[in-house]
Design a protein around this ligand. Structure first.
Ligand code: ZN
Length: 42
C-alpha cells in the first residue's frame, strides 16, 4: 500500500512500501547502530 507517512507529528516523510515501520528512518524509535552498507529490516 502506498501513501503511508511517518507517524511522527509534523513529519510527512513518505514511507517505502517495503518499510514495515510506522516511522521514517529519522524518527524510528529504535536506535540502529551504525553499520557499513544497508541494514536489512527483518
Ligand atoms: Zn519522520
Amino acid at each position: 500500500m502506498a501513501g503511508r507517512v511517518c507517524q511522527d507529528p509534523g513529519c510527512c516523510t513518505l514511507l517505502s512500501i517495503y518499510n514495515d515501520m510506522d516511522y521514517c528512518s529519522l524518527h524510528a524509535p529504535m536506535v540502529v547502530p551504525r553499520m557499513r552498507g544497508k541494514v536489512l529490516n527483518d
